[in-house]
Design a protein around this ligand. Structure first.
Ligand SMILES: Cc1c2[nH]c(c1CCC(=O)O)Cc1[nH]c(c(CCC(=O)O)c1C)Cc1[nH]c(c(CCC(=O)O)c1C)Cc1[nH]c(c(C)c1CCC(=O)O)C2
Length: 372
């Protein structure tokens, strides 16, 4: 363990010793500790693959209603915790809600995911469509969900708050469309050809995300995940300017206010830039997508930087189940559980996942006791 890691662990233990409870497994791993077994949670662990989710979504009047109703959002956050022995819950909300709080209209269309309108395409759109003046009023139901979850969760389960990182949120705000937009031609053209005009959008989002996450922590979130789901469509100086720099600004601001709250970032598709991203942003843990080679991540991030990694089972293996799931889970554990590690997927659970495969995975990770 590096000197820096030891110092971070000490600082964190100081912070937690106030309430004499033993520290939760997830928080120990994020602090850089190699734990007796890795904690496990899964991106998108709440949602459509669980039959009990659908009724609550309907009762709330759809996805927008669900995210804005603390009572229903708490219920769907707890559903996977009741079924599976997971070490963390993630706040149920959705990534484009911050864009709606800034002034766009958010709808969910079947087959297209979240749709934001009107699209933000120019400097005048930024000033005419967007304003942070009602940010907290619009996001208040999310803070209330966090507050209620702190009371409802079992004692050993950690609560993760989250936000999209500025670049990823901007892609939705500019493209307008959700799941259907794969080329990201419009947002890339703007960022590439008019960086000075695009910068105010990233700056507005960076400030709003800092405030959003600060309020989630004040309401009781114990760790934060920043989703940079579209990191992989930028390279070189563009990756530095639009992903690394804004995330580093957010991490520095949150660390100044809440030094004991660990931050995970998930720069999906960052490839060989993963370790540089971890170093330059100062995050406590990086979420690895399924393509990241395990030995490389263990060497570069766990050993050389002394940081925690999270990941990275292919979500399709969780659909497949059986021996394929078992042996790949074992390979990930053998490769990464020698250092600080949080077991997770390499991207979100897909809706065709059989819940019994999630149960089998959680059992396997929980029974891990080192290389056999
Ligand atoms: C990019 C992104 C979004 N949302 C999110 C991301 C980052 C992670 C990633 O890269 O997948 C993050 C997210 N979205 C949701 C959560 C809730 C908590 C959890 O993980 O359990 C979280 C953490 C709920 C959701 N977000 C969404 C659903 C499905 C809504 C429904 O019930 O119809 C849920 C449960 C919809 C959504 N929301 C988004 C898309 C692209 C879609 C459509 C694709 C899809 O349907 O899976 C935006």
């Amino acid at each position: 363990m590096s000197v820096e890691t030891v110092a971070r662990v000490d600082a964190d233990l100081d912070h937690v010793s106030e309430g004499a409870r033993p520290k939760k497994l997830l928080l120990r791993a994020l602090a850089g500790e190699r734990t007796e077994r890795p904690p496990i949670w899964l991106m998108r662990q709440a949602g459509r693959y669980l039959p009990e989710y659908h009724g609550v979504r309907e009762a709330a009047g759809g996805m927008v209603g669900l995210c804005n109703s603390p009572e229903h959002a708490v219920e769907v956050t707890l559903q996977p915790i009741r079924r599976f022995p997971l070490d963390a819950a993630i706040l149920f909300a959705d990534l484009p809600q911050i864009a709606a709080a800034l002034g766009q209209t958010l709808e969910y269309r079947v087959g297209d995911g979240p749709v934001l309108s009107p699209s933000v395409r120019s400097g005048s759109d930024i000033t005419e469509i967007l304003s942070a003046s009602r940010l907290h009023e619009k996001l208040a139901p999310i803070y209330e969900t966090v507050r209620q979850l702190t009371l409802a969760l079992p004692e050993e389960v950690a609560l993760i708050g989250y936000a999209g990182a500025p670049w990823t949120v901007a892609t939705y705000m500019v493209e307008g469309r959700g799941g259907g937009s794969t080329e990201h031609a419009v947002v890339k053209q703007w960022a590439l050809s008019d960086p000075v005009g695009f910068q105010p959008l990233i700056d507005l989002l960076t400030g709003a995300i800092i405030e959003f996450l600060d309020r989630q922590v004040q309401a009781g979130a114990e760790a934060i995940q920043l989703f940079e789901s579209w990191a992989g469509i930028l390279a070189g100086p563009l990756f530095q300017r639009w992903c690394v720099k804004p995330v580093a600004t957010i991490v520095a601001a949150l660390k100044a206010k809440h030094p004991g709250v660990p931050i995970i970032a998930f720069p999906r598709g960052a490839g060989l830039a993963y370790d540089g991203f971890a170093q330059a942003t100062g995050v406590d843990c990086v979420g690895l997508d399924s393509t990241v080679p395990l030995g490389w991540a263990a060497q570069k991030v766990q050993r050389e930087l002394g940081r925690c990694v999270q990941g990275n089972l292919d979500p399709q293996l969780l659909v497949a189940g059986g021996p394929a799931l078992h042996s790949e889970t074992d390979r990930i554990l053998r490769s990464l559980a020698e250092g600080p590690f949080v077991f997770n997927l390499g991207h979100g659970i897909v809706k065709t996942t059989p819940p019994e495969h999630v149960a089998a995975l959680a059992r396997q990770v929980r029974s891990w006791s080192g290389a056999q």
